[in-house]
Design a protein around this ligand. Structure first.
Ligand code: GAL
Length: 830
């Protein structure tokens, strides 16, 4: 981000504030402390014994949250989390923080807000137990007011996080206060937590009707007459405002309904996600005492039996990916820029949908999806009452599921990017009556909170043996009907995999639209390729049967040829989805590799191979197949690298678009032209290797569209450093992601170089993560050195709060040292 860019943001923030301050009641108050960050200066201690009942305050260290302690630990083959959990331990952790509350706030309500703590947290303030929350993915808040000291006397908040019972997740969860924490101060008359619900029941070209439902609480000891004013803004301009007077008894809360009309509404689209803001102000005796902002969007959508997904009346194929919540080397500790980078990389590939597999995401992810234009499937659970791992959420199901699901809907229902609720993923109960019973119960809970979005579930494939909706059978358990699919609880039939059955959907489910909730599960290690000659020699099966076979080693070829037995290649599923309008779209497993659940499900692998992009954020080759299909960008991507043994036969693939043909040359000699036939998604040449330059030329009507070269690299000699952003904010959070490419002395990318690289940093920032994307590497993501994978490595630096520069130096044996400088600028800076 440039300084100019930052200035523009400041300008809008300021004008936005002035505009907002001008609406509502007469005397405006400053609401800047309604919700302030409570992330800094926590004392942390990881218990040695998970039965500890008190914190050892002598052993704490100071840190800022969001924090994930598991990512700091060594990979451990015998970890109770298993390789499913990334072989990184959980444990029992404690966080304690002291703070003061100004005397002037003693007449207010002060609460602490946690966006998510994994898992099983207990919170105390000044020795008073405030509550326990088992679910690690939902936010919660506690009212601190009755227990606070005001003025100079300190308060202490203590959080116990018990992630010691393992395994409790099928993927890496992370441990600790891994999302943001806030201190909230409001008047005694205030909008409640997630207290607004904005819907748009009528949307036409000329007008949108906006319904505003607001929950207001009066915590004064007597009844109060309040005026609730809701003002709508578009791009900082006020466009409409409504006010209503209400009387609320002491210590009661009240829902009020308001309606506003917006002329010529600007609709939220995937390409142009236009947002509005509703500002709710509560006035007491003519003074505005509370102010609450709700960003929202105006759009219409349907899932149509024939045309699939329609957004604002236009057909949009959902080209989605599933994402787990970890951020690779940063673990699960959320960082807004890291999430934004993931979404940018996905957008660049043409992705327009995100499935928050298999849990409620960080609030910041949904904010970004609103702003960047993604079609979100917001998922609640990976299991219901029946466990998938011994200590998972099923243990808390009976007591918590209603509250947790309600909270998720309340929290997320104003996001225009959210288009459907998924009540579960591959839930074991789908095969028995409980599946229907719980499915209906959950669907009713959702509908009571939000009747504007459909409910689906990511089921296992219900294959119809006799056509008709009742005889739904699962392919591996032919005697068991899928009770959830048949229950009527779902507005959209969603199931995972079984792309071979998609074309039967209109017959099998003539009345319920379809979404491929999860697809593909193809496998690849970035930059690694099995050539035909190697494969035939070493693993005859590998070439002919593209399924992953556990005996084939822990590195997986990146030609789109290896898949989990239940999945498909990337091409196979997309070919079917793209063919039929009634298939509303797909969510590929997965956009990014994630920690845990490797396939090969065996040590030394500790992270997944499913990603289209690796754990460091480097695209695998198939990224460009999607880009050639899903974007307007002109694409020509040729692979593999060109460092082989003389005489070896190497398959050369090209993904391309906007051209009629591609011609391949080796050292100037043509190897022939190829064009995609029928539904082909790539072209291929089988080439006897000879060192030199491979060049591909795509042409349309005989004219060159693009040229790409791949060269044989000499010995690794240099390090090339490229930052995603060279100017970042000096706010203590912002990140620059720096890619290290190893090259030979002529600057040719050394695509097979696996060298250890050492990093050092000077100035106003620090290294917060290193990663090569290698699923078998056990080097810490938190170190200052890392071994590259196939020529690449990532290092992430974080800005301090003082503006200045960060200078990163990279070096390695036999490699010429290199440095890069990142500027960090404060919000006030020119
Ligand atoms: C699915 C499951 C995902 C992941 C995936 C791996 O069945 O829903 O969570 O495990 O398989 O292929």
């Amino acid at each position: 981000m440039t300084v100019k860019h930052l200035k523009a943001i400041q300008f809008f923030a300021l004008t936005g504030f002035l505009l907002l301050a001008s609406c509502g009641g007469k005397n405006n108050t400053d609401f800047s402390n309604r919700k302030v960050s409570f992330n800094e200066n926590w004392q942390f201690y990881l218990s040695k014994d998970s039965n500890d009942t008190i914190i050892d305050k002598n052993q704490t260290r100071t840190l800022n949250v969001p924090h994930d302690w598991s990512i700091e630990l060594p990979f451990d083959e015998n970890s109770p989390t298993g390789i499913g959990g990334g072989a990184l331990n959980g444990g029992l952790g404690w966080y304690v923080k002291t703070f003061k509350v100004a005397e002037k706030d003693s007449t207010k309500i002060t609460s602490v807000v946690f966006d998510g703590v994994y898992m099983n947290s207990d919170v105390w303030v000044n020795g008073h137990h405030l509550g326990n929350r088992p679910n690690g993915y939902l936010g919660f808040e506690y009212n601190l007011t009755p227990y606070l000291n005001y003025g100079e006397k300190e308060n202490e908040i203590l959080v116990k996080v018990n992630n010691s019972k393992q395994p409790n997740s099928r993927w890496y969860s992370g441990s600790g206060i891994y999302r943001n924490v806030w201190l909230k101060t409001t008047d005694k008359a205030h909008v409640t937590q997630w207290g607004t619900f904005i819907t748009t029941p009528v949307v036409t070209k000329d007008e949108a009707v906006i319904n505003l439902e607001t929950t207001i609480k009066n915590e004064y000891p007597e009844a109060k007459e309040l005026v609730v004013t809701t003002t709508l803004f578009k791009d900082n301009s006020e466009i409409a405002s409504v006010s209503k007077k209400i009387n609320i008894a002491a210590n009661r809360q009240h829902n009020i309904l308001q309606e506003v009309k917006v002329n010529n509404p600007v609709l939220w689209e995937v390409e142009k996600p236009e947002m509005y803001t509703a500002v709710t102000q509560i006035s007491l005796n003519n003074v505005v005492v509370d102010q609450y902002k709700t960003p929202f969007g105006i759009r219409t959508f349907t899932f149509d039996l024939k045309k699939g997904f329609l957004l604002n009346g236009k057909q949009v194929k959902i080209k989605g990916v599933c994402l787990h919540h970890d951020l690779g080397p940063l673990g699960s500790a959320i960082n807004t820029r890291a999430i934004e980078r993931q979404l940018e990389i996905m957008k660049e590939m043409g992705v327009n949908g995100i499935r928050t597999s298999h849990n409620p995401p960080a609030p910041e992810l949904l904010d970004l999806c609103d702003k960047m234009g993604f079609i979100v499937m917001d998922e609640a659970f990976d299991m219901w009452a029946q466990a998938k791992t011994p200590h998972d959420y099923s243990n808390y199901w009976d007591e918590w599921h209603k509250r947790d699901l309600e909270d998720q809907i309340l929290r997320d229902r104003n996001h225009p990017s959210v288009f459907m609720w998924s009540i579960g993923n591959e839930i074991p109960e789908q095969w028995n009556d409980k599946g229907a019973e719980i499915g209906r119960e959950l669907s009713a809970i959702v509908k009571a909170m939000d009747n504007t979005r459909p409910v689906t579930a990511a089921m296992n494939p219900p294959i119809i043996v006799n056509s008709g909706e009742v005889n739904i059978q699962f392919q591996n358990t032919a005697d068991k009907p899928n009770a959830l699919a048949a229950s009527g609880a779902l507005d959209i039939i969603g199931y995972n995999y079984a792309h071979q059955t998609y074309e039967k959907h209109p017959v099998n489910f003539p009345k319920v639209p379809f979404i491929a909730t999860e697809t593909t599960s193809a496998l690849a290690t970035r930059g690694y390729y099995d050539t035909r000659s190697d494969t035939v020699k070493m693993w005859p099966k590998r070439w002919d049967i593209p399924f992953y076979d556990g005996n084939l080693g822990n590195t997986v070829s990146a030609y789109d040829q290896v898949q989990a037995p239940w999945g498909s290649t990337h091409e196979a599923t997309w070919k079917i989805i793209k063919k039929h309008d009634y298939l509303s779209g797909m969510y590929i497993w997965t956009g990014f590799d994630y920690i845990g659940e490797p396939t090969p499900y065996q040590w030394p692998s500790i992270s997944s191979y499913f990603g289209i992009v690796d754990l460091a954020g480097f695209p695998k080759d198939v990224y460009y197949m999607y880009q050639s299909e899903w974007t307007d960008k002109t694409v020509l991507h040729v692979f593999p690298h060109w460092n082989w043994k003389e005489g070896q036969t190497v398959d050369v693939w090209a993904y391309y678009n906007n051209a009629d043909e591609v011609e391949l040359y080796l050292n100037g000699k043509s190897l022939g032209k190829r064009s995609k036939q029928n539904d082909d998604l790539h072209v291929m040449w089988r080439v006897p290797f000879e060192a030199g330059t491979l060049k591909a030329v795509s042409r349309k009507d005989g004219k060159t569209v693009l040229e790409k070269e791949v060269k044989t690299a000499g010995e690794p000699a240099k390090l090339q450093l490229t930052a995603d952003r060279e100017t970042i904010k000096a706010d203590g959070n912002d990140l620059s992601f720096i890619t290290v490419d190893i090259t030979d002395d002529k600057g040719v990318f050394a695509a097979t170089a696996n060298n250890e690289i050492h990093f050092s940093v000077k100035g106003n920032g620090k290294i917060v993560g290193v990663c090569s994307g290698d699923p078998v590497s056990h080097e810490s993501y938190k170190g200052n050195s890392h071994t590259s994978l196939n020529g690449k490595c990532l290092v992430i630096v974080q800005a301090a709060k003082e503006a200045g520069t960060i200078t990163l130096t990279a070096s390695g044996d036999g490699l010429k040292e290199n440095t890069i400088t990142i500027n960090t600028v404060s919000d006030q800076e020119e």
